[in-house]
Structure formats: C-alpha cells, structure tokens
Write a protein that binds this ligand. Structure first.
Ligand code: IVH
Length: 705
C-alpha cells in the first residue's frame, strides 16, 4: 500500500499537508472502490482499505474546512459503491468553466461571438441563473413516468439513487408528468437543502448525539446518499431544475423556454433567473444577486451564464468536459481581515468551555462581526492563533462567523500561544476533557454560576416553561442575590411578591403578571417538563418521545433512577431501541440521575408542580394497541413521520430496530436488513398496503364514535 509516506500524526499535519493528503486519499479510496466493486479486483486488504478511510475521517475531523466535495466520507460506510447501482449517463453530465471578473465574462462573450462569426449588430442573449451549491442530479422520465435518478458521479457514470429520490415530495420531483411530454426526458438540476432546514437538522442531530453537518451541501449529500432510504425521507431536500440530458422529442428554441416547460411539468426553476443582453446587464445582475445572496434560504456560489439560443449552443459545443456556451461566474467568499484582541471562554448550560474570538469589529458580507467562534482547543491549535493576531474571518450564510486563518506576517512580536484553561473561568472548578470528546467541560455542575444561570434561563424559555416576564437579566439578578438558586425557587418567587413590587423597574403590574404566569405554568405537560430540565442531548423531540414512552412523571423518574444505577438495565435497552434515541441520550440521562443533588432538585421541583400524564390514546378499538412496530424501506402512500404518528395514535409503539419484542415489520421497497431480520425471527412482515388495511379497521371505528 502506498500509505508509507503518510505516517505523520494527524495532529501534526499543517493545513496545507492535510489538504494535500485529503486529495490523495479521495483519489486513492475511489480507485480502490472501483477496483473492488466494478472490477471485482481488490488490490488491498479490507483492513488496509479501512485504514485509509479512518485516516481520511481523522483528518476531516480535525480540518472540517478542508472536507472535499468528493470526500469519500460523503459516501456511505465502507461498502460505498456496492449499495448503489451504477448508471451510465445517456449524455454526460458536464462541468463548467469559471469566470472571476468582468474581464473574464467579456472574454467569454467575445469567444462566443468569434466562434459564431456574429456581426456587430447581433445580440447574444444570455440566460443567467444562480449557481446552486448542492449536488447535481439527473432525473429520467419515460412516457411521463419517473423511472430513474442518478447522481453526477464522474460525469459519465453516476450512482443510482432512484429509491432515495422516490421519497421526495412530488412538488420537488414529480413522479408523473403529463401534457406534451417527450417519450424520453432527462431533467437535470441541483438538489440542495435550505439553510433553515439545515439548521434544524443539525439541531436534531446534536440533540440525538449524532454527527452534525459542516454545511447545507454536505447535509444534502449525506441525506440523499443513504442506503436506508427512510433517512432520506426524513430530510427535507429541494430541487431546482436547470438543464437536461437525453430528450426524445422536440425542444423549443431557447433555454428559457425549456425552463418554462419544466415549470409546466411541475418542476421548480430558480426565481432569480433573468435574460441579459450585454456585459453591463450581466454585471448588474451579478451585483444584485450578490447582494441578495446572504438573505436567500439556500447557498449559491456564483451565477451561471448560458447562451439562450439552443441552435447556437449546439454549434458552440464543448471543449473537453465543459460547454463553450456556458460559464460560472463565481462570487468571492465572504471574508475579511481583522485583529483578534482577546480569546474569551464561554461556559454553556452543560458546562462546555467554548473559546470565542473577540474581534475588532469588521463588515463581512454586509454584517458587522465582532465575535467569532473558535469551537474548541483543537481548533485553536490547528489555526495556531494567538491573541493580538490579525486573522481572516469568514461568514457563510447564517452560520456563526469563523476564524479561518492567521496572517502570520502581521503577528506582533513576543506574542505567546493561547493557554487553554484547565479550570472553569467562571467557578474555578476543574475542567475535564473526556476521551473522544473535543470539548473541555466545567465539572462544577450547578455550583458553577454560568451553568446554573444558563440552566435557569433555559427552564423559563419559550419552548420550556415559557414564563413570560422573566428575562435573562432578571434571572441573573435573582440568582446572584440568592433569591433563585434552584429550579423550584422560580415557583417560590410568589413568596417574594412584596419585595418584587418594590424592586426598581418592577411595580405591582409586573409583579402581578409574573404571579399569574407562574400560577398558569404550575400545570405542565410531561414533555415540556423533561425538556425544561436542560439535560444534555435532551431536546424537544427527544423529550416528547420520552414523555410518550413513560407516560407519567413518576414512572419516568423511577425508570431513570433504575437505569442510572443498574448496568445493562432493561430500561436502557428499551430506551435505545426507541426510534431516534441512542446511547448519547441514555448516557446523559443516567449521568443526570446519578447525581443526588439533581434528584433532590428534581423532587423539590415536582413538589411545586402538577405534571400532567400523557393521556394514552383511546385505543380500545385499535387492532395495533400496544403492539411494537418497525417501519423500513420507502413508504409510498405517506411519509414515515406520518405513518409513525398514525401508528402511535392507535396505541402502537414505533421502534427503530427489529427484536424478538417486535410484533410487525412494515416493509416498503428498498427494505434491507430489517426485513431480513424479521424473517429470521419469524416476525410478521407487512407490505404498506397490508398495513393500511390492518389499521383502517381501527381508524374507521375511531372516527365513527
Ligand atoms: S448548468 C452543461 N446551471 O455546477 C452545464 N449548473 O460546475 C450543465 N450547478 O455540475 C450545468 N447550479 O452541479 C448549471 N444553474 C445551474 C447550476 C449548475 C449549479 C452546478 C452543477 C454542475 C456544476 C458545474
């Protein structure tokens, strides 16, 4: 194996070396994938192959900015290509040449005029549209029926992702198109994830203790290229159609007219597309879209200009793998240089110590930035950043600004590396960094003011107890004065009514409002209650799941106490078997309940409240009451979340993995190992239709009542 020259510890790699090695690994892993899967002729052992992948993953973990678009980690597991069939594109999927300046754009237009031999009076219409930062896809329709979806791959051969694309909403990818449709039609476009969906996906991933994605593009790629198509189905992906491959049938005369047709057939095309007739028009559109860029809900990295007339496109043809009739005019990345005055350490609710760069304020992409995250100690070392350094910062969309490099020439004399504290800057407790974790954490728990205050703020926040009239500043003041030390103390504020009325800025009205808010919130749903405790990894959706699973605060509390004390407890096994709950959640709950002061604070709080039981659905007529169900493969008549909600409303428990306790496995197309396991265990396997028939009886009776 040729990795002999790559013995440098990952920690010791410079960013330049890391980029170089990632490039090498991407090529090398691809080569071995092809040798193994396409030629059935592996050149290295599985162990050596895995070592290459692990090395790639380790470098990416340390240098997330350097993750390549063609990174092997974007492909699933070590069985990458085997999971997806290959599709040879009827017409290759091409790439585009780049323009970076007005000069490049006008040269592009001149080349076209020369090539076509156009006279001075002849106008070249240019169809301009944003260059979407996603993944390109080719969708094949035969007689109006969607039959295949393929990724770009190397341009000639892509991966067959038909089953995954099947899970898309019809408004993104129509499964059937009608009207004047060519016999064969390949619609091409870009699959992407909205920035807002990306943010909520990452929040969910974090909540579940899973890997977060570096950017919407990676998230879209990771979501599309899933062997388990149910994962794709849970992610919201979008498509803009902008090109085509094979077409058997007549085409209109212009690119923009084809796009109109796409729209009629039910595809989405980009609303910012325009036709321009001169360099000036092009440049002002470039300017305009560049300014709108930060406010769009999707990432774009430039504008693509295409000759509008299709007969001219035909004549212009291609140079190597890029058309002569199109070019991508790239946006400069939104970057700026500024001085990093100081690195401060922020302590979060769960005790994590996050280094923050305090910057000389600077405008990046239209926004003034004075702070940027440095993520963790490793990132500070990777960047080799010192206080006083001049740094380059970058702001990508809505993401928190990041420091991407240090301008070494401008480093002040006698500058010293930053020493990451080994104690909490707030409470002085020891900071610990657990094996496999990147973050240092304050071990002070609620003794730490930062953790205590952040926990209290979380407790009263909108999605938790939603106590109006109790803002962050009040919490801090009450905490520091000793009026509110614990969660239960918030409800004991009623005992401080008189002093509240006297408080500066309060008065009777505010105090009365707060009393009313507190009284109203004494009765709380179990899921809000669990979420409000601010336990690590327990976000809203996990809290809901726990509430439904345990049903009442007493059952939950004693199950949690049992789990935290008993190794390998049945409660834990049940819990991690639940859809979307994993070890990280179970560990976090155990850790919380293992601390006696937490349990005491919890009991103190419960005594103040009326935590409502989760009403079990009336399932007396349900054929699936208290049955355990697993969904696998693609469901065709409803989304997986809808199927799950329906099953649960009929009293069934939906879990993620098949075990002896499973009653039914509902398997759609693309079902894999779970269906196999069900067969092995002799568990009843149902098609989606059979499943719907089974539950319909129960639903009909329910609505009759
Ligand atoms: S046209 C023959 N239009 O950019 C040209 N491409 O660098 C076909 N892309 O692989 C591409 N937005 O993934 C075209 N509005 C757009 C695009 C676009 C994004 C991507 C596409 C392509 C890459 C080329």
């Amino acid at each position: 194996m040729s990795s002999g020259g790559h013995q440098v510890a990952v920690d010791d790699l410079s960013p330049l070396d890391a980029a170089e090695e990632l490039r090498y690994l991407a090529a090398e892993i691809l080569r071995h994938d092809q040798a193994y899967h396409q030629n059935d002729a592996p050149e290295i052992s599985d162990g050596e192959y895995d070592a290459l992948r692990q090395r790639n993953d380790a470098i990416e973990a340390l240098f997330p900015h350097l993750i390549r678009p063609d990174s092997p980690s974007g492909r699933v597991g070590s069985t990458v290509a085997s999971g997806f069939g290959k599709v040879v594109h009827a017409k290759p999927m091409l790439s585009l040449g780049n323009a970076f300046s007005e000069h490049d754009v006008s040269e592009f237009l001149d080349r076209i005029r020369r090539f076509l031999g156009l006279g001075a009076g002849e106008v070249v219409e240019i169809a301009a549209e944003p260059k979407i930062d996603g993944l390109s896809i080719s969708l094949r329709y035969e007689n109006g029926v969607f039959v295949q979806a393929a990724t770009r791959g190397d341009g000639s051969t892509g991966e067959n992702v038909t089953q995954n694309v099947m899970t898309f909403d019809d408004r993104q990818v129509p499964k059937m198109i009608s009207g004047d449709v060519p016999e064969v039609l390949e619609v091409r476009g870009e699959i992407f994830m909205n920035k807002s969906d990306f943010a909520s996906l990452n929040a969910r991933q974090e909540e579940r203790g899973r890997k977060v994605f570096a950017n919407p593009r990676n998230a879209a790629a990771g979501s599309l290229r899933q062997l388990d198509t149910t994962v794709t189905a849970e992610r919201t992906l979008q498509l803009f159609a902008y090109a085509w491959g094979e077409i058997e049938g007549a085409l209109p005369a212009k690119h923009t007219e084809v796009l109109e047709r796409f729209e009629q057939w039910g595809f989405v095309t980009n609303p910012l597309a325009r036709v321009c007739s001169s360099v000036d028009e092009i440049m002002s559109l470039y300017q305009e879209i560049g300014e709108a860029r930060a406010g769009l809900d999707y990432d774009i990295d430039g504008i693509v200009y295409k000759v509008n007339r299709l007969d001219w496109q035909q004549r212009l043809g291609f140079v190597s793998r890029a058309p002569r009739w199109a070019i991508a005019h790239k946006f400069p990345a939104e970057k700026a240089q500024t001085v990093l005055h100081e690195i401060s350490i922020q302590v979060g609710r769960t005790g994590s110590l996050t280094p923050v760069a305090n910057l000389e304020p600077v405008t990046v992409g239209g926004v003034v930035v004075s702070r940027a995250t440095l993520h963790n100690q490793d990132e500070i070392q990777r960047l080799d950043v010192h206080e006083g350094d001049t740094v380059v910062i970058q702001r990508a969309g809505d993401v928190i600004p990041q420091v991407i490099s240090v301008v070494m020439d401008k480093r002040p004399e006698h500058s010293m590396p930053f020493e990451f504290p080994d104690t909490c800057p707030i409470c002085g407790s020891k900071a610990v960094r657990e094996d496999g974790e990147v973050a240092w954490r304050c071990s002070g728990g609620l003794v730490c003011r930062a953790q205590a205050v952040e926990t209290l703020k979380h407790f009263v926040s909108r999605d938790a107890f939603d106590i109006e009239g109790l803002g962050g500043k009040h919490i801090e003041a009450f905490h520091d004065e000793g009026i509110v030390k614990s969660l239960a103390d918030i409800f004991r504020l009623a005992n401080h009514y008189d002093s509240l009325v006297e408080r500066e800025g309060w008065g009777q009205k505010s105090a009365d409002n707060l009393m009313a808010a507190l009284a109203a919130r004494r009765s709380v749903s179990l899921d809000r209650f669990i979420y409000a405790l601010g336990i690590r990894h327990i976000g809203q959706s996990t809290a809901k799941l726990l509430a439904r699973h345990f049903g009442s605060v007493d059952v939950w509390r004693s199950a949690m106490e049992e789990m935290s004390g008993v190794i390998g407890s049945e409660v834990r096994q049940d819990l991690v078997g639940l859809d979307t709950i994993g070890d990280a959640v179970a560990d976090a709950l155990s850790a919380f309940f293992r601390e006696s002061h937490n349990v005491e604070a919890l009991d103190d709080l419960i005594a103040q409240l009326d935590v409502q039981d989760v009403a079990p659905p009336d399932t007396s007529a349900s054929p699936i009451a208290s049955k355990t169900v697993v969904f696998t493969g693609t469901l065709e008549q409803m989304s997986r979340s809808e199927a799950k909600a329906r099953a649960e409303s009929l009293g069934a428990k939906v879990v993620g993995s098949v075990s002896k306790k499973t009653d039914y496995v509902v398997a759609g197309p693309g079902a894999g190992s779970k269906a196999k396991k069900a067969e092995e265990l002799g568990i009843e396997l149902l098609s989606e239709d059979a499943w719907l028939k089974l539950i319909e009886g129960g639903q009909a009776r329910e609505t009759d009542r």
